[in-house]
Design a protein around this ligand. Structure first.
Ligand code: GTQ
Length: 373
């Protein structure tokens, strides 16, 4: 007779702790044959005491990947590939295409004059520009010019296409999507634009010009979609906002000077499933360790340093991407004594918060098995 395949016993009151016996093993086999099972053989596994991320912390060093990304220019065309992207995979999550948790990420590359076909999908996407000039994205007819460290939204259901002007240079940007999440929800639709491209229907950069003015909003502004109308957040005003805020605050001991990209009509996250922030670490800053639920994909927008994630050191520098899985302890260190470091972070906090799943805990808080609510 076989061993029960998954008998996760724990000698703790309230937890499953049933010994295998020949009779029980036969019983498990019978249940399995009927597409059923005994909860106590899996209960301790499927209800862990605290979140058990299968993702592991990873740094994707740009200097390691850049040549491979550029190599794809010669290997495939955007026409054949749809999108020419090298995706980031997490060694703990080979079962899904995810960089961390339920977040997908990739590095997309385009030559001047190239264009990818317009499409839309249920997954929401962001783009974070890494290098090159002349890149643009068209979202529902709104054309956005893109420069380094600009952050662009292509929300769930919007037509979008990416291109680089013929007068530009080879461009690389990071894509971030909630594809694994939407697939886990079994809710992903994909559609290619019937004309393969969508005409630009508005003045260039109109959404940022309309909605991206600090403290000012259009008097007759009308927007009630579930995502931010400010499709593009530019680097310069972002860095300026962080620098100004740094003059007015000591910042958070856990996060330094951190600001969230928001939907200007709600002050809430930019999209329903994914949020993003930019964090400034002052020279020599070393944040205190904490952990929280949710998946976090960092992109080093400026500077260099390291993070300690679940007790292990991960060095990073400008353009590297790294992840902090759910409930992993983490602290960040700016390695420079003279320059700021800035970390862009894409996360699934809107989902965690909307579903009542967000928890956080400071290192050293002794809450037993009860994380801070
Ligand atoms: O441009 O919408 O890297 O749909 C992967 C899937 C980019 C995109 C990716 C996508 C996109």
């Amino acid at each position: 007779m076989s061993q029960s395949p998954e008998n996760h016993r724990e000698d703790v009151a309230g937890r499953a702790n049933v010994e295998d016996t020949p009779e029980l093993l036969a019983y498990y086999d019978e249940l399995e044959a009927k597409n059923a099972g005994a909860l106590w053989t899996v209960a301790n596994k499927i209800e862990p005491w605290e979140p058990q991320s299968q993702s592991v912390p990873v740094v994707w060093a740009y200097e390691d990947l850049r040549a491979d990304v550029l190599r794809s220019l010669k290997l495939v065309t955007p026409e054949k590939a749809g999108r020419r992207v090298v995706y980031l995979s997490n060694p703990g999550r080979r079962d899904v295409t995810a960089a961390v948790g339920w977040i997908y990420a990739g590095l997309q590359v385009m030559n001047p004059g190239e264009q990818a076909t317009a499409h839309r999908h249920s997954a929401s996407a962001i783009r974070f520009i890494m290098e090159g000039t002349g890149a643009y994205t068209v979202v529902d007819g709104h054309k956005m010019t893109l420069g380094a460290n600009d952050f662009v939204l292509t929300p769930n259901g919007t037509w979008h296409e990416h291109a680089v002007e013929a007068s530009g240079s080879t461009c690389i940007w990071q894509d971030g999507l909630d594809i694994p999440f939407v697939n886990a929800m079994e809710a992903n639709f994909f559609e290619v634009h019937p004309d393969l491209s969508e005409p630009v229907a508005y003045p260039v950069d109109d959404m940022t010009k309309t909605w991206g003015n600090a403290g000012l909003t259009p008097t007759n502004g009308d927007w009630n979609k579930g995502y931010s109308p400010m499709f593009k957040y530019e680097w310069e005003p972002t860095y300026e906002a962080l620098s100004k805020y740094a003059e007015a605050t000591d910042g958070s001991p856990f996060d330094g000077i951190m600001m969230e990209y928001v939907n200007p009509t709600t002050n809430g996250p930019v999209m329903k499933t994914m949020g993003a922030s930019m964090q400034l670490l002052r020279p020599n800053e070393h944040t205190k360790a904490h952990r929280h639920t949710g998946s976090y994909l960092y992109h080093v927008a400026k500077g260099s340093g390291h993070s300690i994630i679940n007790g292990k050191r991960f060095d990073w520098k400008e353009r590297d991407i790294f992840c902090v899985p759910s409930w992993a302890w983490h602290e960040h260190v700016n390695g420079s004594s003279s320059d700021d470091a800035c970390l862009f972070c894409l996360n699934d906090l809107p989902v965690m918060r909307a579903l009542g799943l967000y928890r956080e805990q400071a290192f050293g808080d002794n809450n037993g098995n009860q994380p801070i609510v």
